[in-house]
Design a protein around this ligand. Structure first.
Ligand code: UD1
Ligand code: CA
Length: 458
């Protein structure tokens, strides 16, 4: 296949989304719709990519900016044919141009490559599909001999034409010079008053240029997104594919209908994932790791044998081998845990490292801290890392025992082997190997009497 020029149309408002966000930026599996189209066309090694923007152009261009994309604006959006004409104005004038829609995200690269190959023989190549529910889509009109005659948009179609179940997917490829000639001749004389790209089919037929339709076999791969229900339906399809691929590669997934991968998830051997988990960004689960129900993991590396228990929320953290996290744990960005660390229920860790076999099992906060190995961090204890203006660090040495309900006011250093008595508010140095207690002494008041209720006067 010779490298094609690519035009991606993404200027429309997406009125049916009822959204302030431009339609092509609505996320599918965590990435904007149009980013899926871009990823597919990049597989073809294109000579040049032009993306037509209009509605919310600034937002679209910022979100999708890349050195290989040339953005070009269409203002106002006057139809897919007009958008194609504008794209061609910034693409090389020769070779083959592939036109794709920014709201049809799942067309496989090999299908696009085939389309480009078909067009290379001085033909107009269309990607069509037979669908059960053609509502709203352009219909493919064929002559008695089966050759494609034209595409008619739903709103311009007769009742008979609306019964046709072969639809236009919106992806076409054609020799660039011919395509440029056709789109320059389009007129907006139709129900929507727009310049339809689809009208080039009848022009090709009139010019005696062969029109070939490649009929897609997989309906989902050519489905467009016009409203949020269609978006949700495609999301399920993508998620099912992710789950299927993971299971085939050896990951146990409790219910493939209840997992969401919004980025890349890689797994070692014998990884198990319970229901309702969401994986965002890049997540790696090493051999034998397990994730309990209803966890959220974003940009996390989990070491071998580590168990993440139910309802834990982990963001930008790296976790060593054989750790136990949760249930109800929160690891915030910059958390680094060595091996065999335990982080229990309602414990929050931020921008901190914990050495091997350290434990914070209940109701604690560790922020901006360097914690050594074998530290025991008691229930209800916190690092007070923020003075209202600045953040400060805490250094907690190896084998430290912090009792329950302690406040360690940073900056602070607790020497190796130190013990901090329960209920202490520690503001100064706590030396190695010593017990430091910083709380009011207990007093027993011998002659104290509990107040009695005064009897009401009758
Ligand atoms: C279009 C096709 C229809 C096909 C369907 C497949 C036309 C006229 N119709 O209809 O035959 O069955 O896709 O999903 O081509 N866009 C622009 N500028 C514009 C108008 C649209 O860039 O002026 C972009 C939109 O941002 C969108 C894409 O083109 O990404 C398709 O536009 P949309 O309005 O959704 O077309 P459909 O009605 O779905
Ligand atoms: Ca559409």
């Amino acid at each position: 296949m010779a490298a094609p020029n690519v035009a991606i149309l993404a200027a429309g408002q997406g009125r049916r989304m009822h959204s302030a966000l431009p339609k092509v930026l609505h996320p599918l599996a965590g990435r904007p719709l149009a980013a899926h189209v871009l990823a597919a066309v990049r597989n073809l090694g294109p000579r040049a990519i032009a993306m037509v923007t209009g509605h919310g152009a600034q937002a679209v261009e910022t979100a999708l900016a890349a050195p290989d994309i040339r953005f070009v604006r269409q203002d106002p959006p006057r139809g897919t044919g007009d958008a194609t004409r504008i794209a061609l104005s910034v693409l090389p004038p020769d070779g083959v141009t592939l036109v794709g829609l920014g709201d049809v995200p799942l067309v496989p690269p090999e299908v696009l490559a085939r389309l480009v190959d078909l067009a290379a023989g001085e033909r107009l190549a269309l990607l069509t599909a037979r669908v059960r529910e053609p509502l709203g889509l352009g219909r493919v009109l064929r002559a008695g001999d089966g050759s494609v005659r034209a595409i008619v948009e739903e709103r311009d179609a007769t009742d008979d034409e609306r019964r046709i179940d072969e639809v236009n997917t919106g992806f076409i490829a054609a020799p660039t010079a011919l395509l440029a000639k056709w789109v320059s001749r389009l007129t907006p004389h139709n129900a929507q008053g727009e310049y339809y790209l689809t009208d080039v089919v009848a022009m090709a037929v009139a010019d005696g240029v062969p029109v070939v339709a490649q009929v897609a076999t997989d309906e989902a791969s050519v489905a467009g997104v016009n409203d949020r229900a269609q978006l949700a339906a495609l999301e399920r399809i993508v998620q099912r594919r992710h789950a299927q691929a993971l299971m085939i590669a050896g990951t146990s997934i409790a219910d493939p209908e209840r997992i969401d991968v919004r980025g890349g998830l890689t797994c070692g051997r014998d990884v198990t994932i319970d229901v309702g988990c969401v994986f965002e960004g890049h997540v790696h689960l090493d051999d034998g790791a397990s994730v309990g129900p209803y966890c959220v993991l974003r940009d996390v590396a989990v070491g071998p044998g580590t168990r993440i228990e139910a309802y834990s929320h982990l963001d930008s953290a790296s976790i060593g081998r054989d750790c136990r996290i949760g249930p109800y744990a929160r690891l915030r960005p910059g958390t680094k845990l060595a091996e065999e660390v335990h982080i229990g229920n309602f414990v929050e860790v931020k921008a901190s490292t914990l050495g091997a076999a350290s434990k914070a099992n209940h109701l604690a906060y560790i922020g901006d801290a360097t914690v050594g190995s074998r530290v025991n961090y008691g229930a209800g204890s916190i690092t007070a890392n923020y003075d209202g203006a600045n953040k400060h660090r805490s250094i907690i040495g190896d084998d430290v025992h912090v009792g329950s309900d302690c406040v360690l006011i940073a900056p602070i250093t607790i020497g190796p082997g130190a013990t901090i008595g329960g209920g202490s508010t520690v503001t100064g140095e706590a030396p190695a190997g010593k017990l430091t207690v910083a709380r009011a002494r207990q007093v027993v008041v011998e002659d104290w009497r509990r107040p009695r209720k005064t009897p009401k006067s009758p």
